[in-house]
Design a protein around this ligand. Structure first.
Ligand SMILES: [Zn+2]
Length: 203
């Protein structure tokens, strides 16, 4: 928009780079902030700034964690079953499974899915880390593939299956079908997700 101060344009550009936010909404958010008390704007800016300092990714599973820790709260929890690894595309999927409250294994967050169209190959995902992680185990491990039920998610699942099927101690399973095709796991309701997990079968 012409004639607006540069600081407004700049923040609106940042807001509209966020998922689901178009230019109109971006300006609405900026003007909302402009009319907020100064202290509120400052603490909002501090909260964003804190993301660069306080947040890190777990070296075992790539879950998000506080930078004071060495592994995330799930990996460091003695009660979690380390012989079950649920492989998800992103952290929101991990939260979706955690919210069900019945899964007591661990996770591996891939950081996306294989998508030749978007130029995302296996190297850009945390697959190397998963391979290293699996090699440290000699006991039987169940790897539950919980990628999204769409083209990219399926391709990623197939890739992982091919990658690990020769490892004799790794049993690979996948969520039961029944999740709406093309949907994102993070939007599935608790009972659908719980049923998909309980009804999993060998991949
Ligand atoms: Zn972890």
């Amino acid at each position: 928009m012409k004639s607006l101060p540069r600081s407004i344009e700049r923040l609106a550009d940042y807001f509209s780079s966020l998922p689901g936010i178009g230019p109109k909404t971006a300006y609405r958010l900026v003007f909302h902030l402009v009319h907020s008390p100064r202290e509120h704007i400052s603490s909002f800016a501090e909260a964003i700034n804190a993301l660069t300092k306080d947040i890190a990714f777990c070296g075992v599973c790539r879950n998000i964690m506080s930078s004071d820790n060495t592994t995330c709260s799930i990996c460091s929890d003695e009660k979690r079953d380390k012989s079950t690894i649920l492989v998800v595309e992103d952290i929101l999927d991990l939260f979706a499974f955690e919210n069900i409250g019945t899964y007591d294994g661990t996770y591996h967050v891939l950081g996306g899915s294989i998508s030749p169209v978007q130029g995302i190959g296996p190297d850009q995902l945390s697959i190397d880390l998963l391979t290293k992680r699996l090699k440290t185990h000699t006991e039987e491990i169940e790897l539950i593939i919980a990628t999204n039920p769409n083209l990219e998610g399926e391709a990623t699942g197939m890739y992982l299956k091919k990658e690990y099927s020769h490892m004799s101690n790794i049993k690979i399973s996948r969520l039961a079908r029944g999740l709406p095709s093309g949907a994102d796991l993070e939007y599935a309701d608790f009972s659908t997700l719980d049923k998909a997990l309980l009804g999993r079968s060998e991949y």
